[in-house]
Design a protein around this ligand. Structure first.
Ligand SMILES: Cc1cc2nc3c(=O)[nH]c(=O)nc-3n(C[C@H](O)[C@H](O)[C@H](O)COP(=O)(O)OP(=O)(O)OC[C@H]3O[C@@H](n4cnc5c(N)ncnc54)[C@H](O)[C@@H]3O)c2cc1C
Length: 500
């Protein structure tokens, strides 16, 4: 629960109330902002993408493990195909890097080739093909030489998942939606099968319709709406992130499939070259009873790392710079729930959105947009809708001439604050001036990356803290790492001023 309690939203009457600021809620808000309707998105955390949407691999999956019949399968190819255009419009880096599922057992090649034919022609995962071990090594020379063959899916991509969530939400806001962080839905009044009131820690709101995109808590929201027909059983996944110097070892997404050791859920993890040039090793899949169990256990890292070294022996634990854990939100049926309420009329559930929920989000958002507009009885188009979001310039990716021009216009772009990631003061100030300002060290880190490199903020955090304090015109001691209570400095020492 957020610490704040006020009446900032008291009496608001949005057409659509979206609960949850992950990729599901943010993408739906953006698609709905194409219409002339009043949209309110509430997120209980102090920033967007604080739960699954900020704690995942960022893989835009091909769907090779999905079969016809599920909603996951229905949305995966549509979502995957939309990524190029969506990321271009929203100014988010996206690359189709390709995926390899690698096999050591040569005897299985005829069987796997049949499986791939089924995937390609029946399940319509059309980019699937089998390639030889030799071809795999030609494409990824640092992989183990022992692989006999691999399933290749060139449509696989990688994207920054929190970057995309923030971009979707920012574009929604510039098109008229309202996003309220630190705002938790705590209860609802349901009368004659309709939600009439929604209580939050910032006041009571009176929405026409509610969209439940609350991730692992979507069952609690369904219960509040008197419409709970599913339950979520949370599943943890842990990833290690390596230094960018390990990123040169490979450029795709890869995993090893050991037929003799296969378990139900895929999860011995894999290796993924991120859009920023690091490697991600993981995730595993461990059932947990705790929905916000973001702890990282050494055994998770060790298990996945040991396994992935078989794919690429060059991997070294010494290259790990940090790690994180995310919690998936599966239902017992292991499929998405994207439907109108069964007992309550004016709610749409976007629940059970476990993997590949990042991949499917653009396509799911389009369908939920249609459902919501229909539920409202139609709406006028938003005449000033602009699908394009201008991204913050990335000095590190510019040529010397481009940098010089930027610095001439604004010398802050010439002051490098984060040396690992080459982030300038100008970019940090841009992040603070962005449409959804989150003036914390983590808020800035998520938007422009200071602190994401090898030193993990050891050198730049004090400087970032100072820039935030100057922006807020407040003492250093008031800047927070991420949320209320995450104090960075307590006050002045040795007789100095508190902002020195
Ligand atoms: C380790 C891991 C790896 C993954 N890898 C991939 C991948 O590579 N590719 C892929 O496609 N998918 C992947 N996924 C799945 C993907 O991350 C999720 O499907 C997706 O992020 C779900 O988004 P969401 O918005 O539905 O949920 P979330 O991101 O969890 O958002 C729900 C939000 O609702 C908020 N909320 C909850 N209750 C309330 C309340 N009462 N009031 C207000 N707000 C509330 C939460 O704080 C949260 O921010 C992975 C997941 C994990 C955990």
């Amino acid at each position: 629960m957020p610490a704040v309690s006020d009446s900032a939203l008291e009496g608001e009457k949005p057409d659509v109330l979206i609960i949850g600021g992950g990729i599901s809620g943010a993408s739906i808000a953006r698609e709905l902002s194409r219409w002339n309707i009043n949209i309110l998105l509430v997120e209980k955390e102090p920033d967007l993408a604080m739960q699954a949407s900020g704690r995942n691999d960022g893989e835009v999956h091909p769907g090779i493990d999905l079969s016809k019949g599920s909603l996951k399968h229905y949305y995966i190819r549509k979502g995957n195909a939309m990524y190029g255009d969506v990321c271009k419009e929203l100014g988010v880096d996206f690359r189709r890097v390709g995926q390899y599922v690698c096999f050591n057992e040569g005897w299985a090649k005829p069987l796997i080739s049949l499986y791939v034919k089924k995937k390609k022609y029946i399940d319509k995962i059309e980019d699937s093909e089998v390639i030889s071990g030799k071809e795999l090594l030609r494409r990824e020379p640092n992989f183990s030489g022992g692989f006999k063959f691999a399933i290749s899916n060139p449509s696989t991509g990688c994207v920054c998942p929190y970057g995309l969530t923030i971009a979707y939400a920012e574009n929604a806001v510039t098109n008229g939606a309202k996003v309220m962080l630190n705002t938790a839905v705590t209860g609802m009044k349901v009368e004659n099968g309709r939600i009439t009131e929604v209580t939050t820690n910032r006041g009571t709101v009176y929405p026409k319709i509610v969209i439940n995109a609350a991730g692992v808590f979507s069952e609690e929201i369904a219960r509040m709406a008197n419409d709970r027909f599913f339950s979520i059983h949370p599943r943890r996944g842990t990833n290690s992130i390596t230094d960018k110097k390990a990123g040169v070892y490979m450029h795709s997404v890869a995993s090893i499939k050991e037929l003799a050791r296969s378990t139900g859920h895929t999860k011995g993890g894999g290796i993924l070259h991120t859009v920023h040039g690091n490697l991600l090793i993981g995730p595993d899949a461990v059932e947990t009873s705790e929905k916000e169990d973001f702890a990282t256990y050494p055994e998770s890292i060790e298990k996945v790392f040991t396994r992935q070294k078989k794919t690429m022996p060059a991997l070294s634990e010494r290259d790990i710079i940090t790690y994180f854990t995310g919690v998936r939100a599966p239902t017992f049926e292991e499929d998405f729930i994207i439907e109108k309420g069964r007992k309550t009329e004016n709610i749409i559930h976007v629940a059970g959105i476990q993997s590949p929920g990042l991949t499917t989000a653009p396509a799911v958002a389009k369908d939920v947009e249609k459902m919501a507009v229909e539920m409202l009885g139609g709406a006028q188009k938003n005449p000033s809708f602009n699908p394009v979001r201008k991204p913050i310039p990335q000095i590190r990716n510019m040529s010397d001439e481009e940098r010089a021009k930027m610095i001439e216009k604004n010398p802050d772009y010439g002051e490098i604050v984060c040396r690992c990631e080459e982030i300038s003061k100008g970019e940090i100030i841009d992040a603070l001036n962005s449409p959804i300002c989150v003036p914390t060290v983590d808020g800035v880190k998520k938007r422009v990356r200071p602190g994401m490199g090898r030193c993990q903020g050891g050198f730049c955090s004090p400087l970032v803290t100072k820039i935030i304090a100057e922006f807020l015109k407040s003492p250093l001691s008031e800047v927070r790492k991420s949320r209320d209570g995450s104090v960075i400095t307590y006050g002045a020492t040795k007789g100095r001023n508190s902002d020195e």
